[in-house]
Write a protein that binds this ligand. Structure first.
Ligand SMILES: O=P(O)(O)OC[C@H]1O[C@H](OP(=O)(O)OP(=O)(O)O)[C@H](O)[C@@H]1O
Ligand code: HPA
Length: 176
């Protein structure tokens, strides 16, 4: 069923069940790769609050979890300027850092995050994202875990907003 958020109409795109099934698979891949490693998951607020919460319910290795807050989008457009609004509050020294994003679109945000974490003496850096738009991606940075590759169309739900609305939807909707 179509939904309206502010001035835009969205159509159902990826269901709650499809998201949860994919998260279980990604969590088990991560558990295999990170076994025995001292590691910390870093969610990128606001968008990643839902994916990190659900992903961690399926993730059984001992680990730390924290968040940073970055923002670059206004409405449906990237501003090309990524601001850090809440900084890092965990010691990442000698740990493997796993950045968890809801979406990697142009790659502007992830580029700033990689620069940020490379300033610390970390053991390694991995990037996980639930959604990725390969056609919009402008960077060379490798993404280690991708939930869904999607076309270059604006989506909303499951943490992702349109003008601050729609983050609470449990499924993903695509702009009509
Ligand atoms: O690859 P990019 O083009 O940089 O887009 C991806 C970023 O955009 C969104 O964040 P946004 O800046 O909208 O902030 P939010 O998480 O608070 O919604 C999303 O959560 C990613 O962090
Ligand atoms: O498609 C999108 N939807 C919501 N937020 C976003 N941030 C980057 N791309 C998107």
């Amino acid at each position: 069923m179509e939904i309206q958020i502010l001035d835009k109409v969205f159509v159902p795109y990826i269901s709650e069940e499809e998201i949860q099934a994919r998260l279980k698979i990604v969590a088990s891949e991560m558990m295999h790769d990170l076994e025995g490693e001292n590691h910390v998951f870093i969610g990128v607020l606001n968008g990643s609050f839902m994916v990190l919460s659900d992903l961690m319910k399926y993730y059984k290795n001992p680990c730390e979890i924290s968040f940073v807050k970055m923002a670059s989008y206004e409405g449906t457009q990237s501003t090309n300027e990524v601001k850090q609004l809440i900084g890092l509050d965990v010691d990442v020294t000698n740990k493997t850092v796993v950045i968890v994003e809801d979406i990697v679109d142009t790659g502007n945000t992830i580029e700033v995050l990689v620069q940020l974490f490379n300033r610390y003496k970390i053991k390694g850096l991995k990037i996980a994202t639930l959604f990725h738009k390969p056609e919009a991606y402008k960077k060379e940075i490798k993404l280690d875990y991708i939930g869904f590759n999607i076309p270059d169309k604006f989506i909303v739900g499951y943490g992702l907003d349109y003008d601050k609305q729609g983050r609470n939807l449990p499924a993903i909707y695509q702009i009509k």
